[in-house]
Design a protein around this ligand. Structure first.
Ligand code: ZN
Length: 63
């Protein structure tokens, strides 16, 4: 038999361990160019720009 815990952890102890496991909410800011919400330090998914430079072509950009 493989090594096993000596006894079952109580639900309270298990849940206390998992109290810090939840992921934080994703922080969002408004894009300065198109005002769509994006994450800081990421290029905008709507207009494909970051710090004034266009890196990817998007549908919104072609209009
Ligand atoms: Zn944008």
């Amino acid at each position: 038999m493989p090594p096993q815990p000596k006894r079952k952890l109580s639900k309270a102890r298990r849940d206390r361990r998992r109290a810090h496991d939840s992921l934080p909410a994703i922080h969002l800011i408004a894009c300065p160019k198109c005002d769509a919400l994006r994450q800081p330090h990421r290029l905008c998914p709507e207009c494909g720009t970051y710090r004034g430079e266009t890196y990817i072509e998007t549908q919104a950009e072609k209009k």
